[in-house]
Design a protein around this ligand. Structure first.
Ligand code: SF4
Length: 77
């Protein structure tokens, strides 16, 4: 399993995460920020846990994010 976290308030809407990992990210046209699909919010941080299959794409999205608000970690269970 992996865990992806987004500190959404700081998103500048550059769209990189949506382009790099389209199965996990969408742009919200209303507020111009990206949405981490199926994530739950806690104190401004949106988090989702899912299968390792999406690790590479989301790791690339995290690297590309200009404001570095996407974090991906491997969960040891
Ligand atoms: S790459 Fe970062 S700043 Fe750009 S839309 Fe995604 S979360 Fe927002």
């Amino acid at each position: 399993m992996i865990q992806i976290t987004q500190q959404r308030a700081k998103c500048i809407g550059c769209n990189y995460c949506v382009e790099i990992a389209p199965e996990r990210w969408r742009m919200n046209k209303k507020d111009g920020k990206s949405v981490l699909l199926e994530a739950k919010e806690k104190k401004g941080f949106f988090t989702v846990e899912l299968h390792d299959m999406e690790y590479e794409a989301n790791k690339a999205a995290a690297s590309a994010c200009p404001v570095k608000i996407i974090h991906v970690k491997i969960l040891n269970r």
